[in-house]
Design a protein around this ligand. Structure first.
Ligand code: ADP
Ligand code: ZN
Ligand code: ZN
Length: 749
């Protein structure tokens, strides 16, 4: 905020977040007719303002006593759209912080936090007018109307119905003039009702506890959290799939709801909402509001309102639900906190998990992060004593743990994509009437070069990191140091010419499996086949029927669906995760495999997991084969520390997309020079890596390149980014070039 002595205009100024790519607030004069006593104006309300030649909707962020601009350049707000703020103080602080931390324009941050309808300026409450009989209607009044049959008709209709709207009156064939005459005689009165201003939900103590007897570990977790229901505290509920985490959530939710406070539950992106809502609805009688991608604009607005006015006890939703305003927040839960979908991958690139933690802090309420495979960031925060670690080591009820077996496919010609032994095992399970899940790891997939004969992988000797294959021009590049090599013609290790860069795709595998198993249905579940919600629902139903079938899919399958009929999980290729260009590759692969394994053998069936790899001896896989994620994660954390990568350092990525590689690299080269200069002058310790073409060099016809900024101290990185972004905004960029900043990037590809 500018200091008062730089003001050129003195007087009340409204600072507004305007949806625009500019990273600043805009100053406006109050509307001409503003009566501050009667129409309080506070941050968090929407205003309609002139912006350029258009009128737009913005959000009031601050009130100031003056502006750096001269009076002649200031324009007044056209209208104040709300009578109360749409965001609590705590939430508004989170949004302010997010705009600074992610270096994203405040106007776009505030827009992202609102449902489309509110963004467009629709009233929070729809106002409706009704007419009802006057309070003390004189008995003789009806007589008075004998000679005015239309008026009498209306009065009697209103008496019968209790109240009628203008539309209903008009439907009776009665004009508004008649209505006005009755009003003037004092026989009819107008009332204004705002639709959706519902009563707060009613809470019942003890409701929602269910009748299961908690396991010792569950009971201990519940006790630990219950001690902190009225203050900020962050809990990691670390329990294998099926260990009863949801049961623990529900016990705590019951406590919170009983005090009349609301619960915010965040879940990953994919189709889990109906299952979770159903479980909550069976347990709790309070209204539940849901925010997810399957809603239309009206439904979204409705859910948002229910949370905002406090009529819903529970707000459940995916990433953006973290911005849902709650009238009376009491608890936040982030289920599957490790899930990558909590990070927005374009536009305003926020982490919903991280903002949820900040929000709990701002609102001074507890937050529970739940996962069977916690992220390394979260485990590191546990190590540092910032989060409380609660563990559930055993599966609830009678469920049996799975076994994992590594299938060595080095020296195998996998034309069918599968080792013979794997095919046999699949057949065995199907013939016993069970279901099989075949999983393809696509996340973090970047083309790497390996030998189909001996399993050799092209690696940069300086970094011991795998090379990424770039096709134009054909070369190998190291994304750590920038080294470049020619593509070899033959394997340097065994001289075989069977070098391959491509993994097998889902559609290809679907064909292969359908040919192998003609007598069983093959259901492919990936982003393409599930674009239709109905098809996805049909497939899930087929799986739920329990009939033997083969389920083929990607990461989507690892998320929370319960598939009790599955007794065998096959991981087609562990190597793309093992040798990912993404430093999180191994973490993500481990999480996915453990999660997928957790889908198998729920309830009474014992589950088996087969993992194919050309590197079955690899330490990471060996550790994983024990299915002890905690031990495995410790190992990975040590590696990260040695490598100086997050969470032991802080990372930001400047990305650029352009019509030609040269243009993008040139822009990032300028950015890199500025970053290096700024760091030097200010003594900020920030490493500047690149620019380099992105591992996935071309996407949707555009060339992509990236510049990594890595710092041990977060403050150094943040200071640099503020200055650097301000400078980049001033640069002229060639037509068709787009750049963006990603703070704490999840996806490095
Ligand atoms: P998670 O969320 O960790 O995957 P859930 O809470 O969904 O685990 O529990 C898995 C299954 O075990 C559910 O069917 C649930 O009803 C059951 N369950 C949970 N806790 C208990 C318990 N204490 N006793 C018996 N069954 C339980
Ligand atoms: Zn070889
Ligand atoms: Zn290198």
């Amino acid at each position: 905020m500018p200091a008062a002595d730089t003001y050129r205009y003195h007087g009340l100024i409204i600072q507004v977040a305007v949806p625009s790519p500019l990273r600043r607030l805009f100053d406006y004069l109050p509307p001409a007719n503003l009566n501050v006593k009667e129409d309080p104006l506070v941050p968090g309300m929407r205003v309609r303002i002139p912006f350029g030649r258009r009128d737009v909707v913005g959000v009031v962020m601050n009130l100031a006593e003056g502006s750096e601009l001269e009076a002649s350049r200031l324009r007044p707000v056209k209208a104040i759209l709300d009578s109360q703020p749409l965001f609590s103080q705590g939430l508004l602080n989170v949004l302010r912080w997010a705009a600074r931390y992610y270096h994203h324009p405040a106007g776009e941050v505030l827009s992202a936090a609102l449902p489309v309808r509110l963004r467009q300026g629709e009233a929070l409450r729809q106002i409706e007018e009704y007419w009802q009989p006057a309070d003390d209607l004189p008995a003789e009044s009806v007589q008075q109307l004998q000679r005015a049959p239309k008026q009498l008709q209306l009065l009697q209709a209103v008496q019968t119905a209790g109240k009628l709207s203008a539309a209903q009156i008009s439907a009776l064939g009665i004009s508004s003039a008649i209505r006005r005459q009755l009003e003037q005689k004092g026989l009819l009165q107008r009332i204004v009702l705002s639709v959706g201003a519902r009563e707060p939900f009613e809470s019942v103590a003890g409701e929602g506890s269910g009748d299961l007897e908690l396991s010792k570990e569950q009971a201990a977790a519940v006790r630990a959290i219950k001690k902190h229901l009225n203050e900020y505290s962050c809990f990691l509920l670390d329990g294998v799939t099926g260990s009863g985490k949801t049961e623990v959530y529900m016990r705590i939710m019951a406590e919170v709801l009983a005090t009349g406070k609301q619960c915010l539950v965040l879940i990953p992106e994919i189709g889990l909402t109906p299952q979770t809502i159903k479980r909550f609805a069976e347990r709790f009688s309070c209204p539940i509001a849901a925010l997810h991608s399957g809603l239309n604009d009206n439904e979204r607005l409705d859910a948002w309102r229910a949370a905002h006015d406090g009529s819903a006890g529970i707000l459940i939703g995916t990433r953006s639900a973290v911005f849902g305003n709650l009238a009376n927040p009491g608890l936040i839960i982030v289920d599957e906190e490790h899930d990558a979908s909590f990070k927005q991958q374009d536009g305003f690139r926020y982490s919903a998990r991280d903002l949820a933690i900040l929000r709990a802090h701002e609102e001074n309420i507890p937050i529970i992060l739940g996962s069977a495979t916690p992220s390394l960031e979260t485990l590191y925060n546990v190590q540092r004593g910032r989060y409380v670690h609660l563990r559930l080591r055993e599966r609830a009820g009678a469920a049996v743990p799975s076994n994992m077996e590594l299938i060595d496919v080095a020296n195998q010609n996998l034309e069918s994509g599968f080792h013979e032994a794997v095919i046999l095992r699949i057949r065995k399970h199907l013939e016993r009437g069970n279901q099989v899940l075949v999983f393809i790891n696509r996340r973090g997939f970047a083309p790497l070069l390996h030998c189909l004969t001996c399993g050799w992988v092209a690696e940069c000797e300086a970094c011991i990191a795998q090379f990424t294959v770039h096709s134009k021009p054909g070369s190998l590049r190291c994304h750590h140091c920038g080294a470049r090599e020619e593509l070899p013609v033959a394997c340097p290790s065994c001289a075989s010419r069977q070098l391959s860069t491509v993994g097998v795709g889902t559609q290809q595998l679907e064909k292969l499996l359908s040919r192998q198993f003609t007598d069983f249905p093959v259901l492919r579940i990936d982003r393409d086949s599930t674009r239709s919600r109905k098809r996805f629902a049909d497939m899930l139903q087929q799986v739920e029927s329990g009939e033997p079938c083969l389920l083929l899919g990607t990461q989507m399958l690892a998320k929370g669906h319960h598939f009790p009929g599955i007794t065998l999980v096959v991981v087609v290729d562990a190597d793309s995760g093992l040798f990912s260009a993404d430093f999180r590759g191994q973490e993500q692969m481990a999480q996915t495999i453990v999660q997928v394994a957790g889908r198998a053998g729920r309830a009474q069936h014992a589950g088996e997991v087969l993992v194919q790899s050309r590197h079955a001896g690899h330490e990471t896989l060996q550790a994983l084969a024990q299915l002890d994620y905690a031990d495995f994660a410790k190992r990975l954390l040590r590696d990260r520390q040695t490598a100086g990568m997050p969470p032991f350092s802080h990372l930001a990525m400047l990305r650029c997309e352009a019509r030609s590689t040269g243009k993008g690299l040139e822009f990032l080269q300028q950015a890199a020079e500025r970053a290096r200069d700024l760091s030097k002058v200010n003594q900020w310790q920030v490493d500047c890596l690149g620019p380099l073409p992105a591992p996935m060099e071309k996407r949707a016809g555009r060339f992509r390149c990236q510049l990594l900024l890595l710092a041990n101290e977060r403050a150094d990185l943040q200071n640099l980014l503020s200055r650097l972004i301000a400078q980049l905004e001033q640069l002229r960029v060639p037509a068709g070039l787009r750049w963006s900043l990603d703070v704490d990037p999840q996806d490095m590809i």
